[in-house]
Design a protein around this ligand. Sequence first.
Ligand code: ZN
Length: 90
Amino acid sequence: MVPKEIIYGAPDAECLMLYAYCDLRQGQDGWSARGAQYVADKLGWQARTVTEHAKHLEDLGWLERRREGRWAVSLCGRAQPSPSARESEG
Ligand SMILES: [Zn+2]
């Protein structure tokens, strides 16, 4: 569920959409959105659009970059599953 702070406070519509996508993804399998190009394909954007708005959300403290050797973000304050759960990522 997208918090009302995001709905009313997102700097632009893309940020809201990206947050909603990350929320959906983490809600489904509990894992963070990974791969800027993958997310871009899902949203019908360019990869740089994804990274640009992820930065906006990161600056606002709603999203955090994950250090996984690959572009990845997760929603702040959400629990991540144990590493073994990564095996089931589709
Ligand atoms: Zn933005």
